[in-house]
Design a protein around this ligand. Sequence first.
Ligand code: N01
Length: 559
Amino acid sequence: MSHPNEKGHGHFDAVVVGAGFAGLYMLYRLRRLGLTARVFEAGDGVGGTWYWNRYPGARCDVESMQYSYSFSEELQQEWQWTERYPKQAEILRYINHVADRFGLRPDIQLNARVNSARYDQSDNHWTTTSERGDRVTSRFLIFASGCLSAARVPDMQGLADFKGKWYHTGSWPHEAVDFTGQRVGIIGTGSSGIQSIPQIAKQAAQVVVFQRTPNFSIPAWNRPLPQQEQQAWKSKYAERRKEAKTTRSGILYDYSQFASADVSELERQQEYERRWAKGGANYTHAFNDIYSNKKANDDAAEFVRNKIRNTVKDPEVAKLLAPTDHAIGTKRICVDTDYYETYNQQHVSLVDLKASPIEAIAADGIRTTAGLHEFDSIVFATGYDAVTGALDRIDIRGKGGQALKEKWTAGPRTYLGLMTVGFPNLFLITGPGSPSVLTNVIMAIEQHVEWIADCLQHMQATNLAVAEPTQQAEDDWVAHVNEVASKTLFTGTQSWYMGANIPGKPRVFLPYIGGLGTYTNICNGVVADGYRGFNFEARLSTSDHQPNRLPIHQPLQTA
Ligand code: N01
């Protein structure tokens, strides 16, 4: 085993990019295999998403008891959450606790943003470099760089001339930002905007929200989490986790077995009302055909639109806030605290960018086609180059110097979202073509990390040096991902799931929508069939200089 010296040189069995939930657990598993590893992290602390997203109101909309690691029974028993939904600072404390509890920090290089990774076919090694000058080699390269980590400030003319301060929710300053007495412009009404707008409005003298497209949001009804309730959950933690992993989203929701048309209109409305009163994203599981049946979806959407109309006092504002352009849930559903109520405050107003688009950022504010709005601060809640953005920002080159970005020009291509042809020994945690962003991502991360660790163990045990999917397996998987998506209402919506928020990005449905439980069964089936769809190369010994290809490919079978 070699360690990098101060400048970050050395050779490792594995390099991991990112020290969020995925990177930390990957490191933990690599160590258990006895492999040497180095994790490179751009931030000056661990935590990934929860390190960067410090905006006011930042909170996870998966409930605390479910949004945590399940791999250690001791960990999940000992950690105490304080609220139904965990806030950013609490999740960050939890991740730091995990890093300390399992002694992970010595193998993590902070402040090291990876900028390139290159595969050398002559010795089957990856060379990874960082912006600060690290340069290490490894047999395996594992991306734990996140699906929503490439924050995107839209190209807006004049931003450099703005005299006030501006922020992006996904790279918020570490120190608290005080908006007291300020005029604040907020661009974007996705999850980040919907969470931060009510909080910023509590401080600011004036808030103007610039909305291009409204989103559906369900109340969180957040509350303290009593000790007793936690204990009750913990008493069955192991079985609950096991069950959650078999579900579509990796979350124990109340999934209905009924189609919308199975019940009367009255029963339907009562069910929506019941779910609204419970709060959270559970709402869209009221009937089992909401994501596939337009009529069922329309009914679920209309219920929410009525709630918006009943909450927002100004009918014109209510109309603008009520989405009509997409099926409910086909853009990531939002979960809020007092979002719609915030628009009833005198100092909060809404600008419809469809009617008056932004022309430019001016020195004093935001100029739309209708005129100038003057601000002291601007908040961009404008989202991410999702799923592929973090990978695209790194110069990743596989066999023959092929750039991953070039290979994926028409959209990402992977086998199982785990590996991609031409990039041997490169693994993706929650990569495109896997359930990732459609799930409780920690469950998806654990499944991927465990699959990768098992694969590496298999390679160790059978003296295999190189793993790579076959072209056929990749083609079949991409076709399957597209086919499953095409049966849902998701592909009819211009969303970041489709790459639609990034000018020029191919319109491809990025995650796998077959459900985490189904997907896990497929991955397990691939292993049971002797790693169906993967080729392995045996380790070279001094007496055997010819790589011994072991084709293990059969046609893809999917559940
Ligand atoms: O980003 P978004 P986000 N001019 O892409 C608008 C997760 N998350 O950071 O819809 C004007 O959803 C854009 O408008 P439009 C969650 O998975 C989770 O809010 O493209 N407006 C949209 O309104 C979530 O889905 C949590 O027309 C522009 C907004 O900005 C994902 O992260 C909390 C624009 C971006 O919305 C991303 O959420 C936060 C432009 N040029 C995030 N460009 C929780 O767990 C973009 N917009 C609670």
